[in-house]
Write a protein that binds this ligand. Sequence first.
Ligand code: AP5
Ligand code: ZN
Length: 213
Amino acid sequence: MKIIMLGAPGAGKGTQAKRIAEKYSIPHISTGDIFRANIKNGTELGKKAKTYMDKGELVPDSLVVDLVIDRFKEPDCANGYVLDGFPRTIPQAEALDEALKAIGEKVDYAINVEVPDENIINRMSGRRACVGCGATYHIKYNPTKVEGICDACGEKLILRDDDKPETVKNRLDVYHKQTQPLIDYYAKQGIMKEVDGTVDMDEVFNSIVKILG
Ligand code: AP5
Ligand code: ZN
């Protein structure tokens, strides 16, 4: 099963993608996580990506597309994957369709996690990310057992550089201009599914499972 997660920054794509990956035994491929790992490891790609990410801009398509398409060649992608943060522009979506068409495959579902802009700033300012394993929490909606410490690996939690309110505003603008058009793109293909992302995380997941079966 090949699934695309769509939605505004902070809508809960990553939270739900992790659960989908676990339930359906497919890998969770997050371009944001890949870039953050590259930044942490000080790679050339990480250095380039950081200049865009810190401003809330998208990383150029040329740095993203091959990275994701190459990832599909790994053996764990044999039964599909859940894409989180990709595609994010029409050219990325077209490149994905072309790459899949070339091997006689296609995307099965695009799931849009709908959360209005008013709720987003609140979500982002409370989000905390682990410096060790990248796990994501929320100080109110998904707290850790010990404040500031990751439940999974014991490392400390930080506020992401791009989660500061001024950057979040720009990310929302970029989302509306460059990524929201993908909702129409996948609706035309007949694979677009909408879920309400404002309810609690378990309810959002239940709605997704109803769609995926
Ligand atoms: P990326 O990491 O993809 O960021 P994003 O799309 O902005 O999404 P987020 O990770 O911020 O949010 P999310 O929807 O996953 O929400 P989460 O589950 O964490 O990208 C970062 C940057 O990388 C981009 O700005 C860009 O520069 C670059 N980039 C990445 N991919 C790219 C691409 N393809 N092309 C170009 N550039 C690219 O949830 C948010 C918070 O809310 C958490 O604290 C969570 O605990 C909480 N929460 C989740 N669900 C609920 C709920 N139902 N109720 C209450 N709280 C909830
Ligand atoms: Zn951790």
